[in-house]
Design a protein around this ligand. Structure first.
Ligand code: HEC
Length: 174
């Protein structure tokens, strides 16, 4: 009798457990299509997905001073957070200085990253024009483009990064 009751309880618990597992943990809410669109905007290395808009280093300097310098230094030299400027030619050295200018193979990634993740405490607040201008500023500070070069979807994809050719596949595939 007693063992019958126990098995009944166990069976009831099992059914309840299965029902819970099917329902899921009930955490969070379903993301809206607007929320998904806000994050679903990756830029390919070749510039696929880059939006309309443009900017120059001249315009980006003021935005950088206001929104970025506190953490990255007035000249991008790095303070409490990453250094963003310099280090070109040191990647093969014993102590390489890896920055977005010396190390990253694609300029398009700078736009993607900055628009997606910066400023660190308030991401997704930059307009596309601001992100283009900041990208231009960082490229200019790294000696890669001129002060008044216009950076947009087309020109950004054509920027040649100094370390680009040092990314090679070990399996020999081009
Ligand atoms: C509150 C501090 C803060 C501010 C303001 C800020 N950043 Fe950052 N930034 C960070 C931190 C922290 C990281 C590293 C994040 C990580 O590794 O996950 C970072 C990383 C970066 C990187 C990548 C560096 C690398 O070598 O990987 C770039 C580029 C960058 N920030 C650009 C900007 C720009 C442009 C702005 C202004 C719009 C900005 N940041 C504002 C804190 C900040």
């Amino acid at each position: 009798m007693c063992s019958y009751k126990l098995s009944t309880i166990l069976a009831t618990a099992l059914v309840a457990g299965t029902a819970l597992a099917q329902r899921g943990p009930d955490l969070g809410v379903v993301a809206t299509s607007e929320q998904i669109a806000e994050w679903d905007r990756s830029i390919g290395p070749d510039g696929t997905g880059l939006p309309e808009g443009s900017g120059t280093a001249a315009a980006g300097a003021a935005i950088f001073a206001a929104k970025c310098a506190a953490c990255h230094g007035v000249d991008g030299e790095g303070t409490i957070n990453d250094r963003l400027v310099g280090g070109q030619g040191t990647i093969g050295a014993e102590r390489p200085i890896k920055t977005i200018g010396s190390y990253w193979p694609y300029a398009t990634t700078i736009f993607d990253y900055v628009r997606r993740a910066m400023p660190y405490l308030t991401p997704h607040t930059l307009t596309d024009d601001e992100a283009y201008a900041l990208t231009a500023h960082l490229l200019h500070e790294n000696g890669i483009i001129g002060l008044d070069d216009v950076i947009d979807a087309e020109s950004l994809a054509n920027v040649a990064m100094p370390n680009r050719d040092n990314f090679v596949r070990r399996d020999g595939v081009d």
